[in-house]
Design a protein around this ligand. Structure first.
Ligand code: B1M
Length: 204
């Protein structure tokens, strides 16, 4: 799984994802050890100057091909029936990374949250408008670039100005941390499973 992503082999990644589902192994740990480890390695190779943009894009496409196969099975495996809260989710404006954010969305929905995923590069206005429209309990925002983390700070501020403390903000993404989120007055989750835990806590 790891190698299919590193090699940017979308067909291979798709086939391995199908085999993983057929094997009835526990999906999330296998995805983390395999495909996610692969895409992280792609990031390291880019860092080391071994990979250039085409390889980064091909790795991401292989990762997405695998996730398209796995997403429904992952959702079914974690499915609960109750509605635990309404969440508007997106990656902040200027940031196109959406693989981790989508994984977070799948697990939140599968665990009973009503998730409105606005996709990647979402403006603050779109976050706010959707949150108003559905009367969201939580606005959840991902950022993968150190430069777009600042957009998370502006979002927290905008949510506070429009909804006070009645609407909570959940932040995540590789360069973010609990310290960063707490400094802004928001909650933070390290990964997709942790996001479910933190969202449940915010609803208490
Ligand atoms: Co880019 N990229 N990328 N990239 N990319 C990173 C982030 C980078 C660290 C690579 C590197 O240099 N090592 C680097 C950022 C450096 C920095 O800011 N310090 C980088 C760069 C520089 C760039 C470009 C600027 C490159 C360029 O064009 N010169 C460019 C920026 C484009 C833009 O956004 N404007 C760019 C483009 C791309 C692609 C489009 C090619 C592709 C994204 C495709 C897509 O997402 N559709 C891509 C990829 C794939 C990566 C890496 C390799 C992998 C990201 C990923 O999907 N990880 C990444 C390197 C890395 O992360 N090690 C890199 C797997 C995913 C499951 O993990 O997203 O961390 P992650 O999500 C986790 C947790 O973080 C958490 O849960 C998830 C599951 O466990 N989480 C949340 C995430 N969001 C959350 C939200 C929550 C809670 C938890 O609550 C709301």
């Amino acid at each position: 799984m790891c190698n299919a992503v590193i090699e940017g082999n979308a067909d291979g990644a798709r086939a391995l994802a199908e085999a993983l589902i057929a094997s009835e192994a526990e999906l999330l740990p296998a995805v983390e050890r395999g495909f996610v480890a692969g895409i992280r390695r792609v990031g390291e190779l880019w860092d080391e100057g071994e990979y250039f943009l085409p390889e980064l894009v091909q790795g991401a496409e292989a990762m997405k091909a695998a996730m398209d196969v796995i997403r429904p099975a992952l959702a079914a495996a974690h499915q609960t029936q109750s509605t635990r809260g309404r969440i508007v989710l997106g990656t902040v404006e200027g940031d196109l990374h959406d693989i981790g954010k989508s994984l977070v969305g799948v697990l939140l929905s599968a665990n009973g949250f009503e998730v409105h995923d606005l996709g990647a590069s979402v403006s603050i206005d779109r976050f706010l408008a959707k949150a108003e429209e559905i009367d969201a309990d939580i606005v959840a925002a991902s950022a993968l670039l150190t430069t777009t983390m600042e957009e998370q700070a502006r979002l927290v501020d905008a949510v506070r100005r429009t909804a006070g403390r009645t609407r909570r903000v959940l932040l995540g993404g590789a360069p973010t941390s609990r310290v960063w989120a707490e400094k802004l007055g928001a909650a933070h989750a390290e990964n997709a499973l942790h996001a479910v835990e933190v969202a449940a806590e915010l609803m208490r």
